[in-house]
Ligand binder design. Structure first.
Ligand code: AMP
Length: 275
């Protein structure tokens, strides 16, 4: 992988990189297409990274379908699929970790999944060193992750441009996610409540509601009407610092994490207030 990138860079080619955990869907494909448009070479990594899963999370049952992923990548004109093994990425004597400290990693997903972002930033540092991309593409679906990765490359002077792309949704609004594959028919129907709750927040904010607690409790009411749903968190935060806002002014990020049956789903929306 490294030799390929070095050679292409010597030829003056711009390398676009899309890191994924595979089980590719339209969200991933939109990142690949953006990279294809903006770069000369496109590299997609497929690696279910064990270090970003906590104990009791879904690492073992995470969907893996390399053959079909490679076919999809071929169809999109991807130049390289980089799919290392866990043993290659984390040999027995592996002992170095990269961690972004502070509120960005302590709040929201960080608070509910201890160690998650440390796993993400460690594996991405390795992948950036191996792939040596000019640009790397991330989805707003994982908005907090994108902010953490931007902080990582800023703080460590990693020479890669982080590009953000919008969340791709199914027809009923459910954000595309590899984890949607876990949902039964009944759960899949229930899962649209995440997006509906974000839409309710948007309507209320645009109608001039500026008290986050009121919006959060209205979102809770909607989600709790769905018996298969269990709220992990609902938060209204500043989209730069991810700190909770006391009054809604300018743009805010509304973020939700909800369990549908055993499947934990996240979603978010950036919403501009009228104030
Ligand atoms: P994952 O395979 O879940 O680690 O995701 C790989 C990349 O795809 C991350 O940058 C995600 O934010 C992005 N992604 C996942 N789902 C979506 C989606 N529905 N829309 C846009 N990007 C997405």
């Amino acid at each position: 992988m490294k030799n390929y990138s070095r050679e292409e860079k010597l030829k003056g080619k711009k390398i676009g990189f899309v890191p994924t955990m595979g089980a590719l869907h339209q969200g991933h494909l939109s990142l690949i297409r953006k990279a294809r448009e903006e770069c000369d070479r496109v590299v997609v990594s497929i690696f279910v990274n064990p270090t970003q899963f906590g104990p009791g999370e879904d690492f073992d049952r995470y969907p893996r379908d390399l053959e079909s992923d490679v076919r999809l990548c071929e169809r999109e004109g991807v130049d390289v699929v980089f799919a290392p093994s866990v043993e290659e990425m984390y040999p027995e004597n592996f002992s170095t970790w990269v961690e972004v400290k502070g509120n960005l990693t302590e709040t929201l997903e960080g608070a509910h999944r201890p160690g998650h972002f440390r796993g993400v930033t460690t594996v991405l540092t390795k992948l950036f060193n191996i792939v040596i991309p000019d640009c790397s593409y991330f989805g707003e679906k994982d908005y907090q992750q994108a902010l953490v990765v931007k902080k990582l490359v800023d703080d460590l002077n990693i020479p890669v441009e982080i590009v953000l792309a919008p969340t791709i949704r199914e027809i009923d609004g459910l954000a595309c996610s590899s984890r949607n594959r876990y949902l039964s028919k009944e759960e899949r129907r229930a899962a649209k409540v995440l997006y509906q709750s974000l839409l309710r927040a948007k309507t209320e904010i645009q109608d001039g509601e500026d008290n986050p607690s009121c919006i959060i409790s209205s979102m809770e009411d909607l989600i709790l009407e769905e018996p298969l749903a269990k709220i992990d968190y609902i938060a209204i935060v500043d989209p730069v610092s991810l700190k909770p806002v006391k009054r809604i002014r300018g743009e805010v990020l509304v973020a939700v994490a909800v369990k549908i049956g055993k499947t934990r789903l996240i979603d978010n929306m950036r919403i501009k207030s009228v104030f």
